[in-house]
Design a protein around this ligand. Structure first.
Ligand code: NAD
Ligand code: GLY
Length: 362
């Protein structure tokens, strides 16, 4: 069964298709191509697995390919420039469409290339990781990393459609599946208590890759994300709640060196830290913190910052965050499980207490 959801953004609205075997369904992709030229951006791991199936949906078009090296460490301006080289050498015109075939790294870079090339061309997201299917392919945030900060160079640019073929998850390594579950659990924590309870009872099925459970998790996650993005596309308000745990998590990713911790792993540890801080702020009970930690632990995810990063270093890294305003951190906290808020009033000593308490033993 295929599910079709909408991200309602006026004349830039688009659909998210979720289902098995969608890579081989040309009618999903072809109506969204701006012209006859297509650049497929993928990476050296995903392309050998799925590029051929996608090519079947692009028959009779002028198709170019750009294959990136695999990994967060390559989510750089230098790699982005390589995509521009391919577009210019082709040469691709303004009616070309970029198709991003891969996880969040490919999607964020291909989307940013589309946002910049000739001041903006069309692109389509074909996410192949759980994380990309539930989060990064939806909502139009595109970026590359800078050595000093994660996702610091980027643009908002919405795709023409999102095609999430659940069959491709069969080849995803277990560690990557777990990383995707971190973002799934995030939706339960910030705005969907019923979904959180469902995740607690269905986690074993999800880890065993039960296809119905995975399809449900992707659908509910995308419904939540689409609603938030439609209400606040440019993150003037509630979209920031989607960053639960990210201020801590991005600091871990940057501090450890991009790629050592997966994004979802850093977010998992960051969400435990946000829960701990919410308890210190008197918003949630220790039993709620324990519930968050227990679920993430069952998913095989880290629940504390790495020992290598001391609290002072983490705090320093947290200062380079897109939610910093006039030098003040804006942190996502939990009011209750299933209800988040943003605060710029967190006392520094409490942040340092959390950074100290939520650190793995050396
Ligand atoms: P990723 O793109 O690095 O993919 C994870 C790994 O899985 C890679 O090695 C990839 O080659 C491999 N892979 C992908 N699909 C596969 C498949 N079907 N079978 C086998 N292997 C496969 O990582 P990710 O977790 O997908 O994305 C993380 C990135 O997404 C981070 O850079 C993060 O900042 C970004 N992100 C962006 C947003 C957004 O809103 N734009 C939201 C969340 C995360
Ligand atoms: N992943 C955060 C956002 O899309 O806003």
């Amino acid at each position: 069964m295929t599910t079709h959801l909408e991200v309602a953004l006026g004349n830039r609205s688009y659909r998210i298709h979720i289902g098995a075997g969608l890579l081989g369904e040309p009618q999903l992709i072809r109506p969204h191509l701006a012209g006859n030229q297509v650049l497929v951006v993928s990476n050296e791991t995903v392309a050998p697995l799925y590029l051929e199936s996608l090519r079947g949906s692009l028959a009779d078009l002028e198709v170019f390919e750009h294959i990136l090296p695999d990994g967060e460490a390559y989510k750089t301006l230098e790699s982005l420039n390589g995509i521009f080289d391919t577009l210019l050498r082709a040469p691709c015109d303004r009616q070309a469409t970029i198709v991003a075939l891969g996880g969040g790294v490919v999607g964020d870079m291909a989307g940013f290339a589309a946002a910049c090339y000739q001041r903006g061309i069309a692109y389509i997201q074909v996410p192949t990781t759980l994380l990309a299917q539930v989060d990064s392919s939806v909502g139009g945030k595109t970026a590359v990393n800078h050595p000093l900060g994660k996702n610091m160079i980027g643009a908002f640019h919405q795709p023409r459609c999102v095609i999430a073929d659940t069959d491709v998850l069969a080849t995803l390594p277990d560690r990557e599946l777990a990383a995707g579950l971190a973002e799934v659990i995030k939706y339960g924590l910030i705005r969907d208590l019923e979904f959180l309870a469902w995740l607690e009872s269905s986690l074993d099925a999800l880890l065993a890759r039960d296809s119905a459970a995975l399809a449900h998790a992707i659908e509910v996650s995308c419904r939540n994300k689409a609603a938030v993005v439609a209400a606040d596309e440019r993150e003037a308000g509630q979209r920031a709640l989607l960053n639960l745990g990210h201020s801590f998590g991005h600091a871990i990713e940057t501090g450890m060196g991009y790629g050592r911790w997966l994004h979802g792993e850093a977010v998992a540890a960051g969400m435990c830290m946000a829960a701990d801080l919410s308890r210190r702020m008197g918003r949630i009970a220790q039993s709620d913190v324990d519930r968050v930690t227990a679920l993430l632990t069952r998913a095989g995810l880290p629940v504390a910052a790495p020992a290598e990063l001391n609290p002072e270093r983490l705090r320093e890294l947290m200062s380079v965050d897109k939610k910093v305003r006039a030098g003040r951190l804006h942190l996502v906290l939990l009011n209750h499980l299933g209800d988040a808020c943003i605060s710029d009033q967190v006392p520094e000593p409490l942040i340092l207490e959390t950074l100290t308490a939520c650190r793995s033993p050396a």
